[in-house]
Design a binder for this molecule. Sequence first.
Ligand code: FAD
Length: 566
Amino acid sequence: MNLDPIAIDTDVLVIGSGAAGMYAAIEAARNGAQVLLADRSLIGRGGATVMAQMTVACALGEETPDDWQHHYADTIAAGRGLCDEKLAQLLCEDAPACIRELDRWGVGWARKDGHITATMAPGHDRPRCVYVDFINTGPAVSKTLRTAMARNPAIRKAGDLCIVDLVTSDGEVTGAVAYHLGTGAPVIIAAKATVLATGGLTRLYRRNSASANMGGDGYALALRAGATLIDMEFVQFFPIGHLAPRLVGMDPIMWDPFRYKLGGRLLNGRMEEFTSRYGSDEDGKYVLTRDLATYAIIKEVEAGRGSPHGGAYLSFQHCSAEALRAAFGPVIDRLAENHIDLTRMPVEVAPIAHYHMGGVKADASMTTDVPGLYAAGEVVGGANGANRLSGNAITEALVFGRRAGKSAAERAKRMARPTLKPQDTAVTLDLIRADATTEPCQNTAAMVAHLQATMADHVGPFRTGAKLSAALDEIAGLAAELGEHPSGHAAAFDLQRLDWFDLRNMLSVAHAVTATALARNESRGAHQREDFPKMLPQWQVHQRVQLRDGALKISGAPAAAKALAS
Ligand SMILES: Cc1cc2nc3c(=O)[nH]c(=O)nc-3n(C[C@H](O)[C@H](O)[C@H](O)COP(=O)(O)OP(=O)(O)OC[C@H]3O[C@@H](n4cnc5c(N)ncnc54)[C@H](O)[C@@H]3O)c2cc1C
């Protein structure tokens, strides 16, 4: 099979076509750049954006007076002292412009009396979250951005193109090498500027809200290119992921939008309200932030008071059939197809891995610490600190995407041509073309499942030093099993080879999450250490992760903690 690389040149390469990548592509093109938007999935249909359901936080103030500074204050409070203030400010201050632009492009934000309406969500001090009704926000945002891109001939799109490595020449990112899933061919993309918009990492966990392409590629790509990651220990668990009964064709986090409208009672296996035992009383309303609700449900299950499948009940039985129909709209019929009648039964819910607060370190122009590389969306770390507010993630994707696209186009304008040197692609080309038919076949799917179980059991919402150390051993064992070269042979639609590339990234990202969690000897936001239950002032610091001489290097821990750990 001919595996000569295909070569492409562009001003700006955008990797990932969620909200962040699509907005970056649009903005770069508006600023005069020729853009290539590459995604390992279908353009605009992979990743989290298209699955997101309801809230987009934004201080529009059309219904209730609001200002970006109130949104900022709530974001900072939720972040438990760890928000990067410049990124949080950018998120809150630029949100209204992005939301209004999407409105002009026809996204269809829900309206009341002619103005865009906003709903209340936990942690926000007033109704601030806009939405497209009946769990259509993500699909509508995605479709709107796809349509806006289609109007701009300066944006080329390439789906089924999995970026395997960024290319660095003389310390700058000069493009990327990709694996074309349909043919198995390598593709070399020379770019004057590259925007990383690859989304999050929650596929690392057994129970997650992720799609198959959310194994954390971007964090690993950034690490190997010399960039810095921050706050990797902060994985957000969504407290009320659907657990039982069986629910086909609907998203596991679908209950949240309806809780915004109707509240809903969280009950333990004995049908008692229980959140007041853990410091906050929901009393039928929806007020608990995600970290506190996750804590309350897990502790109740541990105390032997869980629901039959190991979670809690969520009940809307106090609502009338009419109120349910009005709030759920056509979704009530889809639930009926799953034999779920909310007037007669509660459902079971439990925490699932949902979002990552940590990620690539970038400044407020979305520039990383490697020249030529920009980052946008969930792959960026810092804006939300140790805990993210509902609705801030789509906002972050839109705002950071727009800003990254502008910065990337500005760099491209300053450069005569891409500076990628072919010799800097050799190592990755060898991996893509490696033919290892003589090696025993690896069961990569089983290895992914092993890693997901390890992360769920040892690096979940509640951690201990012993569990985290055990996880590091498992991760090291899997890395040794994976080896240095892909198994199988270079071929079209070679899913085993894709698993190999996925595992290479997932293991390195899992290592970063686990090692930083082990180093952080305190509890803060989404990172709860049972052996260090207090939040400690000396730990109000960002831990940084870098790859140096092939090994992960963690820095930033306070001196006293380092002494304790050594
Ligand atoms: C089920 C669900 C519901 C959610 N609901 C909400 C909500 O209501 N409100 C809210 O604010 N947030 C919500 N979130 C979070 C929010 O949707 C995400 O944080 C946000 O959409 C991320 O956007 P993004 O553009 O950064 O990444 P994504 O939308 O995840 O897009 C990343 C893209 O990168 C591509 N990619 C990854 N690796 C590679 C590679 N190696 N090569 C090429 N392409 C690659 C992927 O295929 C994908 O298309 C939800 C998340 C989920 C999973």
